[in-house]
Design a protein around this ligand. Structure first.
Ligand SMILES: [Fe+2]
Length: 249
């Protein structure tokens, strides 16, 4: 092929079907209990988008965070029951498998819950947790150890969103070696949270240490961005890596 032809020949376009992910395992779809869905109407609209994209299971994960979101298993599972009942009224989403767990924020409240209550889990005893976006918390390794001693498998939500580790990618490998599963946010792959988050998400995928992908959907508009990840090279790498555990949940 001549140089000219090489320059202008179309590169094969990437189009990964969302059915390759199929299970979304991080979102905020229970109406009015955190900073996610504001109403049942919003929730139903978002579920229609997920179904149209090709997702078949939605495990939604409301925040549980100190004084900000004082959610309990009763509140979350009660909300799930209402969403399930409403979803049954719409043929386009009635087939979806709808589950709920939580996104636990690492604070003293979480440590208390870990020691005194049964946590909400995904699949085979996975627990989704998140850290401060601003300050590196002390005691992450101990928290991970304590979770594991209770029989839980920790999933760290959106590792690419913690800037204090961006210059220390070894930290992510250390967490992985300690048995933490890393969950990238889908929208990070198209730069929704900013270029540094996109770059780190891509590096973690290249290091083969991302085990889950989640939408972290808070509102309807978020899914317009999510739809664009199917043409990214890094979703292709992730799906082809066979490391994704979404469908084990
Ligand atoms: Fe979240």
């Amino acid at each position: 092929m001549s140089f000219f032809n090489k320059l202008f020949s179309a590169t094969p376009s990437i189009n990964i079907p969302f059915s390759a992910i199929a299970t979304d395992m991080h979102s905020h779809l229970i109406p009015d209990i955190d900073d996610g869905s504001k109403s049942m109407e919003d929730t139903i609209a978002m579920l229609h988008e997920f179904a149209a994209m090709g997702y078949t299971t939605i495990i939604t994960t409301p925040h549980i965070m100190g004084d900000a979101y004082r959610n309990t298993p009763e509140i979350i599972l009660g909300g799930l029951a209402l969403v399930r009942a409403e979803a049954q009224k719409y043929p386009a989403i009635a087939h979806l498998r709808l589950e709920a767990a939580a996104e636990y924020y690492f604070d003293s409240d979480f440590e208390h819950k870990l020691n005194n209550e049964k946590l909400l889990t995904l699949g085979d005893n996975y627990v989704l947790f998140e850290l401060s976006y601003i300050n590196e918390p002390e005691g992450v390794n101990k928290l991970v150890y304590d979770m594991q001693m209770k029989g839980y498998k920790p999933i760290l939500a959106h590792p690419e969103r913690y800037p204090y580790w961006h210059r220390n990618l070894d930290k992510y490998e250390e967490l992985t070696e300690r048995g933490v599963y890393l969950q990238v946010n889908a929208n990070s792959l198209v730069g929704h949270y900013g270029p540094p988050m996109k770059a780190v998400a891509e590096k973690l995928i290249e290091k083969n240490i991302i085990r889950f992908i989640g939408s972290d959907c808070h509102k309807y508009e978020h899914l317009a961005v999510t739809k664009r990840i199917n043409s990214t090279k890094h979703l292709e790498i992730l799906v082809n890596s066979s490391l994704l555990l979404n469908n084990s949940l």
